[in-house]
Design a protein around this ligand. Structure first.
Ligand SMILES: [Fe+2]
Length: 202
């Protein structure tokens, strides 16, 4: 398939003041678009991979021809990660999860406040570029981080929530203060969507 840049469900300035409009516009229309274009370029002439969706591709990276494996891992991961990331945020976000996800966070991660603290630590401890994630792994939820554009799906874990900690995600507004960006980001987390994802995959 030819991959396309997904449209955002909100405007570039909708997450202000937590995520500024210029960051959103650059992040979506330049960074994400480049991942999509480079993914399509890498897959040109590879008919088998072109029939797969992005999740299938990322679950079977080791089966890809070696000459395109790194390009697909980086750009396919970049496309998938950002597609999820836009959905994880909303101008109506913030607050706390409810229902089964809230119970699961209490059970597996020691409660919402402890989860937030540990998730922020994972985001800060990810050296250089990468992501921090909440994943479902064998029936349990866990916090993990991945370098570059790797996605937990390539290790058999299902992403439920994730934050982009590449500098391009926050540097224009927060400069080197990644922790301030994470603190602000909680205000735009779309828990309704995260609950929906969890309820589907649990
Ligand atoms: Fe990004």
């Amino acid at each position: 398939m030819v991959f396309k840049l997904p449209e955002l469900k909100y405007s570039y300035n909708a997450l202000e003041p937590h995520i500024d409009a210029l960051t959103m516009e650059t992040h979506h229309s330049k960074h994400h678009k480049a991942y999509v274009d480079n993914l399509n370029k890498a897959l040109e002439g590879h008919a088998k991979s072109q029939e797969m969706d992005i999740e299938e591709i990322l679950k079977s990276l080791t089966e890809l021809p070696e000459e395109i494996r790194t390009a697909v891992r980086n750009n396919g991961g970049g496309h998938y990660n950002h597609t999820l990331f836009w959905e994880f945020m909303s101008p109506d976000g913030g607050g706390k999860p409810e229902g089964e996800l809230a119970n699961k966070i209490d059970e597996d991660l020691g409660g919402f406040d402890k989860f937030k603290e540990d998730f922020k630590k994972a985001a800060l401890d990810q050296f250089g570029s990468g992501w921090a994630w909440l994943v479902l792994n064998n029936g349990r939820i866990e916090i993990v981080s991945t370098p570059n554009q790797d996605n937990p799906i390539s290790q058999g874990k299902i992403p439920i929530l994730g934050i982009d900690v590449w500098e391009h995600a926050y540097y224009l507004k927060y400069k080197n203060l990644r922790g301030d960006y994470v603190d602000a980001w909680w205000n735009v987390v779309n828990w309704k969507k995260v609950e929906e994802i969890f309820n589907k995959v649990k």
